[in-house]
Design a protein around this ligand. Structure first.
Ligand code: DMJ
Length: 569
């Protein structure tokens, strides 16, 4: 068939004459210019500008005034060290010279981060207890500083990066007002934190401890150096996502950018609690860098998890980054699963309650957990069992004790008729975890406790009897206190302080113990960095007024690093 040109009609598809086309194009370009220009006359909206403008065009960097000691001077901002230059080509869009406006961010907060009086409690006993916790912070002892750097840090985190205790404790020191120690730690980060280290680093651990620690140090202090460091580190994590599904592998070499799966994880799988515990930090990396790639990566993980079939609505612990299928049907609210669930509700809260998808996923997961894992012991204790392909293992890990806190922070946002139910569930789980402490000789809890063979919240195996300064039980006390103000949570927290002081304090700081049931303790000579970032911080918050890091403005990552709620304007 031949198309013939009709008389009076141009050859263009639209059938317009050349002059008509010119007038139409002129009109169109005028319209586009008008719409774009209107953006600048509309009420100021960072979000709109973020969508339409490139980072160089958006808000200028504001340098703090001289009397604002939280802000860095421009000369300091400009003195980026060698390893802070972006070197990788994996993320061409990344830019360390971002336009994030720190002053504007602070104005969006509903309350001052450190409260009116740094959360100073009004009653003298609580204040005294808070002072004790502050004194427990090993950094308080100036003479120990070199020891912490050279001895404790390399052993406390075998992740290819040094200085975990330093980075993990920056915000704790700052919140406690230990400014000399904070300044020492800051200086070390600025001059000695090597982000190019060649070694086996866990993507998850680097994210929760280093990315989380640097992000919260930046948000709390406004020090540009922390932002530059975290931008570089964030970019170095991206190669781990180069898999057929975009589900990251667990291990990464930050120097070379190669990544691989844990040798112990079956069939090269990735772990739910690891790839499911990136969301909060990655959203903030995108916020700060004005580069959507980080959010894209975590949204891709969520998309896959949403789509995949879930046995009884549960999320198993192992998933193949190649096929995108579950590798085993083991489900746990403790190790290997825990913080994935925590990050669902916290993603919702951190989005200023706008992330409906995270909310939906959280409440359906919780429903499945309640239907399949939550149990009542013969002695009336509520616990979360583990699920092995449909068979229950009546064991609860110390790690799973964070769930009291998780359930209580989500109590207000589920179905209104379930609010009281969630408050009760959170209180029951926290009570069970407290029982695991009070049933031991040291009044510290074991790594895992059981509810079978006559056991009720006690460890039956020798290998489960250790305590490594973990925070989860105290974390739940802190949230339960904030949301109920039942004084028993402060009492339980104080019991823990006394037990830590009695059994874990050693000359150079605090140490884990090998058997919580032994009157004469044996120390493992290890101070985990989460003792400084989580255990001491949660205790300090427990004995502070609620206006210190108010929950309306801050969400704690799984390593207790406060990240700000992204308030909608
Ligand atoms: C911390 O590193 C984090 O809380 C993580 O999610 C699991 N638990 C340890 C401390 O026990």
């Amino acid at each position: 068939m031949v198309f013939r040109k009709l008389p009076g009609v141009s050859a263009s598809g639209m059938g317009l004459r050349l002059s008509q086309k010119f007038v139409f194009l002129l009109f169109l370009s005028g319209l586009v210019t008008l719409c774009f220009g209107a953006l600048f006359f509309l009420p100021d909206s960072v979000r709109l500008k973020r969508i339409f403008l490139s980072k160089t065009e958006s808000q200028p960097v504001t340098v703090g005034s001289e009397n604002d000691d939280m802000m860095l001077s421009r000369s300091k901002t400009e003195s980026a060290s060698k390893d802070e230059k972006v070197t990788s080509s994996s993320n061409q869009g990344a830019n360390t010279d971002t336009s994030f406006d720190y002053n504007k961010f602070k104005k969006c907060l509903l309350k001052p981060p450190l409260g009116i009086e740094h959360g100073k409690p009004s009653d003298p006993q609580t204040l005294q207890r808070r002072e004790k916790v502050k004194e427990c912070d090993v950094w308080h002892c100036k003479s120990l500083y070199p020891l912490v750097l050279t001895v404790l840090c390399p052993v406390c985190f075998a992740g290819g990066l040094r200085g975990a205790s330093i980075v993990d404790s920056l915000d704790t020191l700052y919140i406690m007002g230990l400014m000399d120690e904070y300044n020492d730690a800051k200086e070390w980060v600025e001059t000695s934190l090597d982000l190019n280290s060649n070694g086996e680093a866990s993507l998850f651990e680097v994210n929760i401890r280093y990315v989380g620690g640097l992000l919260s140090a930046y948000y709390l202090t406004g020090e540009e150096m922390f932002k530059r460091k975290v931008m570089v580190l964030g970019e170095k994590l991206l190669p781990a996502f180069n898999t057929p599904t975009g589900i990251p592998r667990g291990v990464i070499n930050l120097g070379s950018g190669t990544s691989w799966s844990w040798g112990w994880a079956s069939a090269g799988s990735s772990i739910l609690a690891e790839f499911g515990t990136l969301h909060l930090e990655f959203v903030h990396l995108s916020e700060l860098s004005n580069n959507g790639i980080y959010t894209e990566k975590v949204m891709n993980i969520r998309k896959l998890l949403n789509k995949i079939e879930k046995p009884h609505g549960l999320y198993p612990n192992f998933l193949s980054p190649v096929s995108g299928n579950w590798v085993q049907h083991h489900v746990s609210i403790g190790g290997l699963g825990d913080s994935f669930y925590e990050y669902l509700i916290k993603s919702y809260l951190m989005s200023d309650k706008t992330d409906e998808e995270a909310k939906k996923m959280y409440y359906s997961a919780l429903e499945a957990i309640e239907a399949n894992l939550v149990q009542k012991s013969p002695g009336g204790l509520t616990y979360m069992a583990e699920w092995r392909g449909g068979i229950l293992d009546h064991k609860m890990g110390h790690l799973a004790c964070f769930s009291g806190g998780m359930v209580v922070i989500g109590a207000d946002d589920g179905a209104p008729e379930k609010r009281q139910h969630y408050l009760d569930l959170a209180a029951e789980i926290t009570h069970t975890c407290h029982e695991s402490y009070s049933r031991s000789a040291t009044k510290l809890g074991p790594e895992a406790f059981r509810f079978d063979g006559g056991a009720e919240a006690t460890a039956t195996r020798l290998s489960d009897r250790y305590y490594i300064l973990r925070p989860e039980v105290i974390e739940s006390y802190m949230y339960m206190w904030r949301l109920t103000h039942d004084p028993k949570y402060r009492e339980w927290g104080w019991e823990a302080v006394e037990a830590l002081e009695k059994h874990c304090r050693v000359e150079a700081g605090f140490s884990g113990i090998r058997d919580v049931y032994a009157q004469t303790v044996s120390h493992d000579n290890m101070q985990q960095s989460f003792f400084l970032s989580e255990t001491l911080k949660y205790l300090y918050l427990l004995f502070s007024d609620d206006d210190l890091l108010p929950l309306e403005d801050w969400v704690f990552n799984t390593e207790a690093h406060p990240l700000p709620v992204v308030h909608t304007e």
